[in-house]
Structure formats: structure tokens, C-alpha cells
Design a protein around this ligand. Structure first.
Ligand code: GLN
Length: 538
């Protein structure tokens, strides 16, 4: 087998310029040329995973099959490559320090003094493990943050050491930003020149420079960048703002970026198949008809964070399903606390569907339940994801089964009717504040009942979906709720854990304990999202 190649992608000038999409598009290009790609995201923070970080701080917590709670970029990679990833693809500085300290405490260094370079060895070891386990031809490593930050220095140093040891297999792509200040009206290349200098000062000369900017890179600036960054003009790739993220790989392909990378890696394109991607990009650009979908939640009211980051997988899944029908969902964000103040009708009248995504805690919950009542009574398609399933169960218990005050013990520990309660093995974890990676996480099998909406969607009885929860449907209320029209259409293989609930006398009312949004792909919408949008269009 040929030696695995490594491509590192760093960012310069500032964050949020699309390094993640750039890296995912590069991985996509290489995959489309017939190579097995293994993407890795490196985070600078000291958390072990993303599970304990507020989504409003850092965006959605994405969950892989193996239960690792990751940054949203891992979701982007899964969607772009249509490839399930795992903890091998997600490295944080916290994991690196933890491994080193644990080894030191168990005398793993046999009396040696433990130095910072051991961090680099640990990082390199992880890249190699990921490569070996995925049998990758090319490992694409996205370095978090931007060059020059002291907290990510060990990743850059790991690259430098790998390059030194393996000149022909290790390469570096730098993504620099070229701003166009409104007062000047012209694109400036100096900040990117300086970020390449910063790289140089770390002993790194990039092999390619990706120029992120509002507009395409012109010849003059390309020449300046080439001269001052000590590069060949052909190795500078333009990456202007585009209509959709799917266009980035196509824009790169037009500049033969994939071929150029492969040439440096001493590889030849084995196939050239970006056709499906092209079709997808075309669909994304040409769909005009909109279907209004209300997303009701409680993280909408405060702060200056971006909702599109907090709910990225849900948003993408709704889009994937929409494109399947040639429509695009027009998402209307409804803050449940506003519903509590003004009633649901004001916000939900005229909506084709209602989605309640995952969440935690008690704030704004009554507003969400009012929204569910509205969707149920007005026969508006309803899709509840995790918390959205639990809250739908509470709504049905209170309003159809007449269980006054029914609740989840997460919201009201003393409720008379705990229709949702904590899973048996979760209680002691909460009591001992053992929060990290202790929820019911990752892929679990589920059995789907024939003759239900869920079965209609999946077309099969055995499925596997990703989870992230501590509470569950309380089986003591099963019969009582089934009597008023609730169908339990999916459960764990032993039948004990309720995974999917739906309502009989309703066009489409489905709640799932899992997170289907983590498995939807642009060209392969998730069956439940697909059926939900289908119902919204009727
Ligand atoms: N808070 C609920 C639980 O822990 C739902 C979690 C979620 O929506 N991801 O069970």
C-alpha cells in the first residue's frame, strides 16, 4: 500500500472565514478523484469533547455513531463526504494533555522528564492511528483557530515535525482572508502576507494558499501574494463568496485544485466524479418555492450568537428534505417565551409544519408545549427531535389523557405524573456531577413497528439512530397514553426504551428520542425529514 499522505489546513487573518467549508471541500475534491479521505478536526480548547460546551458559545454539539460529542465541523465533514466519522476524527488539546498526564502518572515515561514535545508526539500518534484505522489514502487535518495563537501552537509544531520526517507525504494549505475595506473599495492582500510570515516564523512554508475574499482573486493580487509569500502563482487558489457552500468544491475544481494537490502528493486522479455534487449545487441554486416551517425553541431570545450554528444539522436536514421535492424550507424561528406571552396562534398561523429541536432545562418549556398543542389541534405536521418528542408526550398526557401537571422530572422533579423521567443509570451520574460524556450517547438500534408513519418513512423495521439524552419515556404511562391515540412506533430491541411516538388522528405527528438530523445527507435526506416535509407540502 502506498504511504498515507497528510494535508494540513490552517487559517490566517481571522476566524469565521470558512476554513471548515474550505477543508471539507478539499476533502470532497480528493474523494471525488477516487481517494479514501480521513478528515480530522483539531480543537485548541482544553475540553475533552464539545459535550460540556454551551451551544450558544460554540455551536451545535454533533454526535457520531460511537458517541463522541464533537464540534459542528465534524457534521460538515460527514455531510460533505457522506461518510460516518468517529472519535478518531476529533482531537482536542484537552484529550492530548489528559493522555500525557495519565501516562506520566502511570510511569509511562519511565523516569524521563515529560516535555512539551511529548504533546506533539501524542498529536502525531493520533493522526497516524486515524489514518491506519480508516485505511485512508489522504488524511486532511483541519487546524482549529488561526495561525499565531499560542493555544494551538502544538498542532503547528506537530505539522513541522511530520514534514521534517516525511517531506514527500506531508503538505500544508493555508487559508488566508483578503478583506475589502469599504473605505478603500479594493481587496487587500497584506493581512494574508503577514499570516504567511507568521507561518514561516513557525518553520512552515505553505504549499498552497487559498485566498478567501468577497470577490475572486485578480491577477495583480495573485502575483503579489506569490512574490511576497514565496510561492508559485499556480499554487494560489481563489475562494470568493459564493451562493452556497456546495459551490466551493466546484469553484476549486474549475481551478484544477484537486489535480494540483494530487500532483504534489505524487498521486494521479483515479476518477473524476463531481457530477452528483454539481447537480446538487444546481438544485440548491434554482429552487424557488418556499415552504414555511416554524422551529420552536428556547435558545432564541438572548445573546449575539448565530442560530444557524446552534441548529446547523437540523437546518441542513430540513434543506436536504426540501431539495428532494424541489422546494426550500423557509425557517421561522419562534421563541417559545414569546408564545408564553402572546399565545401560539400569533406565531404559528400559516405555518406548513412545526419542528421542536433538542434542548435541556425548564425555561420556555410551557411555550413549546403550547406550540405542540396548536400543531396537534390544527393538524399541522409536527416533528419533535429528542426534547421535542419528550415535550410532545407531555402535551398528549396533559391534554388528551387528562393527566394534569404531567411533566418531565428534568423540568419538575416533584410532578404528579412523570411521563418523562430520568433513565435508571443516569441519576447517580447527575448526583455526582459526572457530566462529561455520560448521557446515553451515539448509535443505538431501534425496532420500528409496521403500519406506522415511521415505518412508512424508513421502509424497514431495523434502524440505528444517534442519541444524546438522560431522560426517557416512562413506561408506567404507556397504556394510558396509547389509549388516547399515542402510538409507540419505535422502541429499543428489548422493547423497553421508547424511541418513536406518533399520533393516530393527525396527518403527521412524530416525535423521536434520537437525533435523525445527524444522519441526513444532502443527496440522501433522512427518511423522517423527507416524510415530514412531504406532509408539510400536502
Ligand atoms: N433534555 C432531554 C434529555 O436529557 C433532551 C435532550 C436533547 O434534546 N438532546 O433527555
Amino acid at each position: 500500500m502506498a504511504r498515507t499522505k497528510y494535508i494540513f489546513i490552517s487559517g490566517g487573518v481571522m476566524s469565521s472565514v470558512g476554513k471548515g467549508i474550505t477543508a471539507a471541500s478539499i476533502a470532497k475534491l480528493l474523494q471525488s478523484k477516487g481517494y479514501r479521505v480521513c478528515p480530522i478536526k483539531c480543537e485548541s480548547y482544553l475540553n475533552i469533547d464539545s459535550g460540556t460546551i454551551r451551544p450558544t458559545e460554540h455551536g451545535e454539539v454533533f454526535v457520531c455513531d460511537d458517541g463522541i460529542e464533537t464540534d459542528q465541523d465534524i457534521g460538515t465533514y460527514e455531510r460533505f463526504l457522506d461518510q460516518p466519522l468517529s472519535r478518531d476524527n476529533f482531537v482536542t488539546m484537552g484529550q492530548i494533555y489528559q493522555a500525557i498526564i495519565e501516562r506520566e502518572r502511570s510511569f509511562g515515561y519511565e523516569g524521563e522528564d515529560v516535555e512539551a514535545v511529548h504533546l506533539c508526539d501524542e498529536i502525531i500518534g493520533r493522526f497516524k492511528t486515524a489514518a491506519r484505522k480508516s485505511r485512508a489514502d489522504v488524511v486532511v487535518v483541519e487546524l482549529g483557530g488561526t495561525v499565531g495563537e499560542y493555544w494551538n501552537i502544538f498542532y503547528y509544531e506537530a505539522y513541522r515535525i511530520m514534514k521534517l520526517r516525511n517531506k514527500d507525504s506531508v503538505f500544508h494549505i493555508h487559508v488566508g482572508y483578503l478583506p475589502t475595506p469599504p473605505t478603500v473599495g479594493e481587496m487587500k492582500s497584506k493581512p494574508t502576507q503577514l499570516s504567511v510570515r507568521l507561518l514561516n516564523s513557525l518553520g512552515i512554508q505553505p504549499d498552497f494558499l487559498v485566498a478567501r475574499a468577497e470577490r475572486p482573486l485578480d491577477r495583480k493580487r495573485k502575483e503579489r501574494l506569490a512574490l511576497f509569500c514565496n510561492m508559485d502563482g499556480d499554487d494560489i487558489i481563489s475562494n470568493p463568496d459564493l451562493d452556497s457552500v456546495y459551490d466551493v468544491a466546484i469553484k476549486f475544481d474549475e481551478q484544477e485544485f484537486g489535480e494540483r494537490i494530487l500532483k504534489k502528493l505524487h498521486l494521479k486522479p483515479k476518477s473524476k466524479d463531481l457530477n452528483d455534487w454539481r447537480k446538487l449545487a444546481e438544485t440548491v441554486k434554482t429552487v424557488v418555492n418556499e415552504v414555511p416551517i416554524a422551529v420552536v425553541g428556547k435558545y432564541f431570545a438572548t445573546g449575539d450568537y448565530v442560530l444557524s450554528d446552534v441548529y446547523v444539522s437540523v437546518i441542513e436536514s430540513l434543506k436536504h428534505a426540501g431539495w428532494h421535492y424541489g422546494v426550500k424550507p423557509k425557517l421561522v424561528w419562534v421563541d417559545s417565551e414569546k408564545i408564553e406571552a402572546d399565545g401560539a396562534a400569533k406565531y404559528l398561523e400559516g405555518m406548513a409544519g412545526v419542528v421542536v429541536p433538542g434542548g435541556f432545562g425548564g425555561r420556555g418549556i410551557e411555550g413549546i408545549i403550547q406550540a405542540i398543542t396548536f400543531a396537534r389541534e390544527h393538524k399541522i405536521p409536527y416533528f419533535g427531535l429528542c426534547y421535542g418528542m419528550q415535550l410532545a408526550t407531555i402535551e398528549i398526557a396533559r391534554n388528551l389523557a387528562d393527566l394534569k401537571g404531567a411533566n418531565s422530572t428534568e423540568i419538575d422533579a416533584k410532578t404528579k405524573h412523570p411521563v418523562i423521567h430520568i433513565m435508571p443509570d443516569q441519576e447517580k451520574k447527575l448526583l455526582s456531577r459526572d457530566y462529561g460524556a455520560t448521557m446515553r450517547l451515539g448509535a443505538w438500534d431501534c425496532h420500528v413497528t409496521k403500519g406506522t408513519k415511521a415505518h412508512e418513512a424508513y421502509g424497514k423495521t431495523d434502524i440505528s439512530e444517534r442519541h444524546r439524552h438522560r431522560y426517557e419515556f416512562n413506561n408506567a404511562y404507556r397504556a394510558r397514553l396509547e389509549k388516547v391515540g399515542l402510538t409507540i412506533s419505535g422502541a429499543s430491541p428489548d422493547g423497553k426504551l421508547v424511541e418513536i411516538v406518533e399520533l393516530k388522528d393527525h396527518p403527521w405527528f412524530v416525535g423521536v428520542q434520537f437525533h435523525p438530523e445527524f444522519q441526513s445527507r444532502p443527496l440522501r435526506p433522512h427518511p423522517l425529514f423527507r416524510e415530514f416535509i412531504g406532509a408539510c407540502l400536502k
